[in-house]
Design a binder for this molecule. Structure first.
Ligand SMILES: O=c1ccn([C@@H]2O[C@H](COP(=O)(O)O)[C@@H](O)[C@H]2O)c(=O)[nH]1
Length: 563
C-alpha cells in the first residue's frame, strides 16, 4: 500500500502539471463558483497518466469487489473504465446518455445478465447526481449496483448523498488530500489551500443540486458558526433564503440605511452603494418628492445590482390597520419592498395582518425586538444587579417575540436586535443597526454606535445597518466598500474561528459590558468545561467574587445560552 501511496502522490502532482487540477475561479454544474476545478477529460491526451489512474483504481478499490461488470459514467470515465476492463478482463457496459431512437432502442449497451454485480466508475464526484442517474438506469435493466469508484471526491456531499441511496463510494483521493500533497510539494500556497477549504465548508450540495446544511465545526451547532449559505437551507421564509444566498454569493453583510429625503438622492445612493450591499433599507415616507416612478427606478437598480429592498416601516398597529398600511396608500409598500420591519408589541395579529395583505407575494418581515437608541425600553442595558424585574419583563418580550417568529416561519425572515443569542434558529437572520467605523456621536438624538467587530462578533449580527457612516461620508462609495470589506472579514473570522468556548467568552464579555463591568479579565477554560471569570466592577469601584457574580447572572447566563 505504501507503494500505492507514493504512486498516488506522483499522480496528483502530474495531474496538476497537465492542468487537470486547476486553481482559480470556475462555474460548477450546480451553479456555484469554485476556487478549484478538476478536469480529467484531458487525461486522454496523456496515456501514461491514464494508465496510472486505471492501475491505482484497480488496486485501491475494484479488485476486491468481485464484480462481474464495469460501467464508466460518460464521458470522462469511459476511457478509464475501458482500460481497467481491458487489463482485468472484467466486461464492461456503457450507459447511453439517451436511449437510441431507432433499432434496438437500448439504454445500456453490452452483454449482461440480470443480477450481475456492476461497479460504477466515475472521474469526479461533487453531488453524486451523475452516479445516481447512471445507477437508476443500470438497475432498470436488472443490474445489481451497490458501489461506485471515483478518482476524485470533491467532498461536497457526494459520499453522503450516495450512501443515503445505499451506494458505497470509494475514492482514489479527496480534494483535501490533493491540497495537502500539492502544498507539501510547493505547488500551491497556503492562501489557495485556505480558500478551497472555506469553499468546501460552505458549499455542500445535495444530489438534486440544492445546498445541504453544513455543520462546519464538530462539537458545536451554534448559529454564529454556521456559514450563511448553510443557513439558507434552514430558512423557511423565501426572502430569507434568497437573502442568505445573496449574502454568500455577493460576500456582503452590509445594509445601507438610505435616510435621504429626495428621490434623486435615493436613486443615486442605490446606484453607488448597490454593488456592495445585500439590503437597501428605506424610510420611504421621508422622501419629499415621492412618486410611483421612484419605485420603478429603485426596483430597476435593485435588480441591476442584486440587492433586496427593505422598508423600515416598523409597523405597530392592530392587524387590520397594518394590512392597509402595508398594501394601500400612496407608498403601496407590499408591491415593492421584499422586506419590512414590524414591532412585536401589538402581538401576533400584526404579523397575521401583514400576511393577509400579501397572500401570493414572496415577502418577509423582520421583527424589531431591541432598538439601538439610548434610553429605549427594549434592551438588556436595563440590567443592573438590582433591577431584576425589568430584566424579567425584557426577557418576556424577547421570548414572546421569538414565539411569534416560530409561529410564522413562512413570513418572518429575521429579527432586529442588539444582543447575541436571541436568534437560535439558523434560518432566521439578525439585523443590527447602530454601526460605525469611527463610533460617531449622535448627541441628544440618541443613536448608540458600535464597531463592526463588536456588532458581528459580540452582538451576533448577521447584517449590519450603516446609515450616516455611509450617507454622510465624503465619499459614500469608498465608505460602502470599506464597511462591506470590514463587516465581511469579521463575519468570516466568526465562522472560521468561533468555537463553543469562544462563544461563551463573547457572551460573558457582553454581559459584563452591559453590567458596566470591566471586560479585560474574562477568560474561559474549555478543556475542563469551566468558565473562569475575573472582573472588576468599574461602575461601583468595588468588587464581587466570581461566585456572587455567577449567581446574580444565572438567569441572564441561561438566557444567553450559557446554561
Ligand atoms: O433599533 C434600531 C432600528 C432601526 N434603526 C434604523 O437604522 C438606521 C441607522 O442609521 P444611522 O445613520 O447609522 O444611525 C436608521 O435608518 C434607523 O431608522 C436604528 O437606528 N435602530
Amino acid at each position: 500500500m505504501a507503494g500505492c501511496e507514493k504512486k498516488l502522490k506522483e499522480l496528483i502532482i502530474k495531474l496538476h502539471e497537465v492542468e487537470a487540477l486547476k486553481f482559480g475561479l470556475f462555474k460548477m454544474k450546480v451553479g456555484i463558483d469554485s476556487p478549484v476545478y478538476v478536469d480529467l477529460r484531458s487525461v486522454v491526451s496523456y496515456p501514461v497518466i491514464l494508465e496510472s489512474i486505471a492501475e491505482l483504481l484497480w488496486e485501491f478499490a475494484i479488485r476486491d469487489t468481485q464484480c462481474n461488470q464495469l460501467c464508466g459514467v460518460p464521458y470522462a470515465a469511459l476511457p478509464i473504465a475501458t482500460l481497467i476492463s481491458s487489463c482485468s478482463k472484467i466486461p464492461m457496459v456503457i450507459r447511453r446518455k439517451e436511449a437510441k431512437k431507432y433499432g434496438t432502442k437500448k439504454l445500456i449497451e453490452g452483454k449482461f445478465k440480470p443480477g450481475d454485480k456492476c461497479v460504477i466508475i466515475e472521474d469526479v464526484v461533487t453531488s453524486g447526481s451523475s452516479i445516481l442517474e447512471t445507477i437508476a438506469d443500470l438497475q432498470s435493466v436488472g443490474l445489481n449496483v451497490t458501489s461506485a469508484v471515483v478518482v476524485v471526491d470533491r467532498e461536497q456531499g457526494g459520499r453522503h448523498n450516495l450512501s443515503e441511496k445505499g451506494v458505497v463510494m470509494h475514492s482514489l483521493c479527496t480534494l483535501s488530500q490533493i491540497l495537502q500533497v500539492l502544498e507539501e510539494a510547493g505547488r500551491i500556497n497556503s492562501d489557495t489551500v485556505d480558500s478551497v477549504k472555506k469553499y468546501l465548508a460552505a458549499s455542500q450540495v445535495r444530489h438534486d443540486g440544492t445546498f445541504l446544511t453544513v455543520q462546519p465545526h464538530a462539537g458545536t451547532d451554534h448559529v454564529l458558526t454556521l456559514p450563511f449559505i448553510a443557513r439558507a437551507d434552514q430558512a423557511a421564509n423565501p426572502v430569507a433564503v434568497k437573502l442568505l444566498q445573496l449574502m454568500a454569493s455577493k460576500q456582503s453583510n452590509l445594509c445601507v440605511a438610505a435616510d435621504v429625503t429626495s428621490a434623486s438622492q435615493l436613486i443615486s445612493l442605490a446606484e453607488s452603494t448597490g454593488p456592495y450591499v445585500c439590503v437597501f433599507k428605506t424610510h420611504i415616507d421621508i422622501v419629499e418628492d415621492f412618486s410611483p416612478q421612484l419605485i420603478q427606478d429603485l426596483l430597476a437598480v435593485a435588480q441591476k445590482h442584486n440587492f433586496l429592498l427593505m422598508e423600515d416601516r416598523k409597523f405597530s398597529d392592530i392587524g387590520h390597520t397594518v394590512s392597509l398600511q402595508y398594501s394601500k396608500g400612496i407608498h403601496n409598500i407590499s408591491s415593492w419592498a421584499d422586506l419590512v420591519t414590524v414591532h412585536s408589541v401589538p402581538g401576533e395579529g400584526v404579523i397575521t395582518g401583514l400576511k393577509s395583505a400579501v397572500p401570493n407575494l414572496q415577502r418577509g418581515c423582520f421583527i424589531v425586538i431591541e432598538m439601538s437608541s439610548a434610553g429605549n425600553l427594549t434592551t438588556s442595558s436595563y440590567i443592573t444587579l438590582s433591577t431584576l424585574s425589568k430584566w424579567l419583563s425584557y426577557e418576556c418580550v424577547v421570548t414572546a417575540s421569538m414565539e411569534i417568529c416560530e409561529k410564522h416561519p413562512d413570513f418572518v425572515a429575521g429579527v432586529v436586535c442588539q444582543s447575541p443569542n436571541i436568534v437560535q434558529n439558523p434560518g432566521l437572520v439578525q439585523l443590527t443597526p447602530g454601526v460605525s467605523l469611527d463610533c460617531l456621536n449622535d448627541g441628544p438624538l440618541g443613536q448608540q454606535y458600535h464597531s463592526p467587530e463588536d456588532i458581528i462578533m459580540s452582538r451576533g449580527a448577521d447584517i449590519a445597518v450603516v446609515g450616516r457612516g455611509i450617507t454622510q461620508a465624503t465619499d459614500p462609495i469608498q465608505a460602502a466598500q470599506e464597511y462591506r470589506a470590514k463587516l465581511w472579514a469579521v463575519y468570516e473570522k466568526r465562522v472560521s474561528s468561533l468555537n463553543f468556548w469562544q462563544t461563551v467568552e463573547q457572551n460573558l464579555k457582553y454581559i459584563l459590558h452591559e453590567s458596566q463591568l470591566s471586560t479585560q479579565n474574562v477568560s474561559t477554560k474549555g478543556e475542563t468545561g469551566m468558565c473562569l471569570i475575573q472582573y472588576t466592577n468599574t461602575a461601583n469601584h468595588g468588587s464581587c467574587t466570581s461566585e456572587n457574580f455567577a449567581a446574580k447572572n444565572l438567569t441572564l447566563g441561561n438566557h444567553l445560552g450559557m446554561g
